[in-house]
Design a protein. Structure first.
Length: 164
């Protein structure tokens, strides 16, 4: 396994400082956090949304959280946002295993919105484009490289709130 090619190119060009951590194969963000021993609040999971016109956007939020689609719609002024299905967005990330795309929109031609909660941690972790590795880096370096749009509010709801 290795870092996906788009990130490897970006990190090499920008001389990024990061750690690549191996973990047992995991398929959900919560499993990735547990197997890599990274707090879920610092592990960014990526959700891909699609608007009425068919345009995609990425949202990065803490691993244990659920995306609040109306909050994202309000912040982005996009109409009729919905969760994109994997078969719709997988071709956008040809260098990544299904569902392991990193929170970097630029290399993939997509806008990237980051949940404000992630920006409050000194470090951020995220999948490296595969099911067995994560990248850990200082949030400041991540923000410099990813250039995300960070709102003051969060784009998530907790699982407890979602269930009630």
């Amino acid at each position: 396994m290795a870092l996906c090619s788009q990130l490897q190119i970006l990190f090499d060009q920008e001389r990024a400082t990061y750690r690549l951590l191996h973990h047992t194969q995991a398929f959900t963000a919560s499993e990735v956090a547990a197997t890599s021993h990274v707090p879920g609040r610092e592990l960014a999971k990526v959700v891909v949304l699609r608007d009425q016109a068919g345009a995609f956007l990425m949202v990065a939020l803490p691993a244990p959280a659920w995306v609040d689609v109306p909050a994202v719609a309000s912040a982005t002024a996009r109409q009729d946002l919905r969760l994109a299905e994997e078969h719709e967005f997988a071709p956008l990330f040809p260098d990544c295993e299904a569902g392991t795309m990193p929170p970097f929109g630029g290399p993939y031609g997509l806008p990237l919105y980051v949940d404000a909660c992630l920006s409050r941690s000194p470090e951020i972790a995220f999948q490296a484009g595969n099911h067995q590795e994560i990248v850990v880096m200082d949030y400041a370096d991540y923000a410099r490289l990813a250039r995300p749009i960070v709102e003051q509010s969060c784009f998530h709801r907790t699982k407890q709130r979602a269930a009630s």
